[in-house]
Structure formats: structure tokens, C-alpha cells
Design a protein around this ligand. Structure first.
Ligand code: 13P
Length: 337
């Protein structure tokens, strides 16, 4: 049997450890142009390159951000973009000791033969795109696929999600990028927390099965799971302690301790809820770094505070720093509301 020994293995392990360092987590700012457009529309701005650049400049320039943030996931446009003052965004991040990352999937499309589910595109040409992203300064990647509980999930959808993630992870490692493995289990639905737990167990079993088949180096990946919560429309709500109990039980059953970091997505939780849940998970020792890779739960107040007005930039950056610091404390299990 030939086992892949990658040229980048040492570097991958080092990058993953840097991102999974105490008191720090990831700022997900990799909204596609379409999603960024929706965010801008919510504050009455047009989806122009200039507006996206202004917003992304605001996100990467708060002084001291690197104390709480170890990595920033960028959309391709931003990896090649400069700030409004003409400085490369990648350079600003590196100066702040924030590792630049890149979203590499090409989004979701309908999965023929399934129960109205989807699959994630992007494997074609991935190796050459990633080699170029590495040259541009990216050191980690993200691939987000989704699993829907109300629509099944069907065996087919779970297998497709897991296989795609495993191929992406192997190709990323071959090109020097630490893959963030993100099978998002969508919050939508009326199901209870037990059902989410059951589906998550199935999904992670398959993801690790196929990653092993593809000779992925587990020490050089990061995971981006959904927390185990009740469906968004479920009447029985869960406390942060219940979310932490179920989620840690899932991780202990399914995630090898070789994996350095678990960086949760916020998935539509409120800012405070996402912080409280993370804090509850860090009340005891864990075999992995348990942290955050939030987009909405870091950006919501920041975006609203900015409202596209230059005079609000400082207040908006303070709002981002406030959430970043709160989640940094939650990573250390020391957050108090
Ligand atoms: P949210 O934290 O807003 O769920 O976004 C994280 C992310 O990167 C989704 O892929």
C-alpha cells in the first residue's frame, strides 16, 4: 500500500497549529459576491466592487485584531484586492499575524436523484487554482457543503458531501493549503436536538471514512462543524450547556485527537448565543482546540453600525473587536455576559 507523504506536511501541521492557537479563532469574511451583495443591500448599499472593498478594508484594519483572530477566510476577489488606501489585504493580515485563507468551493447546485438536496461544485481545476492561491499568500482553504435535515438527508447526499470534502482536503494538502472541512448541517427545520445529533454522527463518520481513504493527514486539517442544536423552528430550545454536552459528545465519538482544531460556524445563531455556546464547550479540557470561524456572529453588529458611512468606521470596528474579544474569551472558557 502506498501512503501519501506530502511535500507540505510539516508546513501544514505548523499552519494548522498557528490558526488553532489559544484565545484565537477565524474571521469568516469569504462571502461570495452574491452573498456580500445581500449583506450590503441590508444597509442600503449597492453591490459594487468599491463598496465590497470599503467593507473588507474595514474588517481587516482594526488595530489589535490579531490578538483574537488567527485566520481570515477570503473570497477570491479579496485575496487579490487592496484596501481603499492601496495596501494589499493579504499584507495587512500578515502584519497582524492573521493567516490568510481562501474559499475554494464553487457553491451549491441541485443534486439530481436526491430529495431536493444539493451538492458542492469546485473539484475541476482545483489543484491549479490552489497553487495560484498559495503563490498569492493563502495558507488555508475552505470548502462548505451542506446537509439538510428536513430534506432527508438521503444516503446519496451525505455520501456526496463526504466524498467531495475528502477529495478537496487531499488536493488542498497537496498544494500547501490546510483544508477547513465544513459539512454544514443546516439549522432549518422543526427537529429536536437528538435528531441533529443522529445526523451529525452519520455525516462525520462518512467524512472521516473518505478522508482516510484519500490519505488526508489529519494533523494538517481543521474542521468547521455546526454545533449540535435543535432545528431553528423547534419549540424546545436548548441551553448553552445542553448544546455543549451534545456537541462535545459528538466530537468525542467521531473526531480523532490528531485533528488540531474545531472551528465552529455560527449558522444563524445570534452573536451572543454563538459566544455562550462556545464558552460552554470550553469549561473543561478538550483534546482539540475548540474555537470559532464565524461570519454573521462576528459581523452582524459591525455591518449595521457601519451602514456605509465613513464616519461610522471606527464604531463599526469597535463592534467587531468587541465580538472578537468575547469569542476569544469563550475559546478560553472565560466569557461572562
Ligand atoms: P456563519 O458563521 O455566518 O454561519 O458563516 C460561516 C461560514 O463560513 C459559512 O460557510
Amino acid at each position: 500500500m502506498v501512503v501519501r507523504a506530502g511535500a507540505y506536511d510539516d508546513e501544514l501541521v505548523k499552519t494548522a497549529k498557528t490558526i488553532a492557537s489559544p484565545g484565537r479563532g477565524i474571521l469568516a469574511m469569504d462571502e461570495s459576491n452574491a452573498t456580500c451583495g445581500k449583506r450590503l443591500a441590508s444597509i442600503g448599499l449597492e453591490n459594487t466592487e468599491a463598496n465590497r472593498q470599503a467593507y473588507r478594508t474595514l474588517l481587516v484594519t482594526p488595530p489589535g485584531l490579531g490578538q483574537y483572530i488567527s485566520g481570515a477566510i477570503l473570497f477570491e476577489e479579496t485575496l487579490y484586492q487592496s484596501t481603499v488606501d492601496g495596501k494589499k489585504i493579504v499584507d495587512i493580515l500578515t502584519e497582524q499575524k492573521i493567516v490568510p485563507g481562501i474559499k475554494v468551493d464553487k457553491g451549491l447546485v441541485p443534486l439530481t436523484g436526491s430529495n431536493n438536496e444539493s451538492w458542492c461544485q469546485g473539484l475541476d481545476g482545483l489543484a491549479s487554482r490552489e497553487a495560484a492561491y498559495y503563490q498569492q499568500g493563502a495558507r488555508f482553504a475552505k470548502w462548505r457543503t451542506v446537509v439538510s435535515i428536513p430534506n432527508g438527508p438521503s444516503e446519496l447526499a451525505v455520501k456526496e458531501a463526504a466524498w467531495g470534502l475528502a477529495r478537496y482536503a487531499a488536493i488542498s494538502q497537496d498544494n500547501g493549503l490546510v483544508p477547513i472541512v465544513e459539512p454544514e448541517i443546516l439549522l432549518d427545520g422543526q427537529h429536536g436536538i437528538e435528531r441533529t445529533f443522529e445526523v451529525a454522527q452519520k455525516v462525520w463518520a462518512e467524512v472521516f471514512f473518505y478522508m482516510a481513504e484519500n490519505n488526508v493527514t489529519f494533523e494538517g486539517i481543521l474542521l468547521k462543524p455546526s454545533m449540535v442544536t435543535p432545528g431553528a423552528e423547534c419549540k424546545d430550545r436548548a441551553t448553552p450547556e445542553q448544546v455543549a454536552d451534545y456537541t462535545l459528545k459528538l466530537l468525542h465519538r467521531r473526531i480523532p485527537p490528531a485533528v488540531p482544531g474545531i472551528m465552529f460556524l455560527s449558522g444563524g445563531q445570534s452573536e451572543v448565543e454563538a459566544t455562550q455556546n462556545l464558552n460552554a464547550m470550553n469549561q473543561g479540557a478538550n483534546p482539540w482546540h475548540v474555537s470559532f470561524s464565524y461570519a454573521r456572529a462576528l459581523q452582524n453588529t459591525c455591518l449595521k453600525t457601519w451602514a456605509g458611512q465613513p464616519e461610522n468606521v471606527k464604531a463599526a470596528q469597535d463592534a467587531l473587536l468587541l465580538r472578537a474579544k468575547a469569542n476569544s474569551l469563550a475559546q478560553l472558557g472565560k466569557y461572562t455576559s
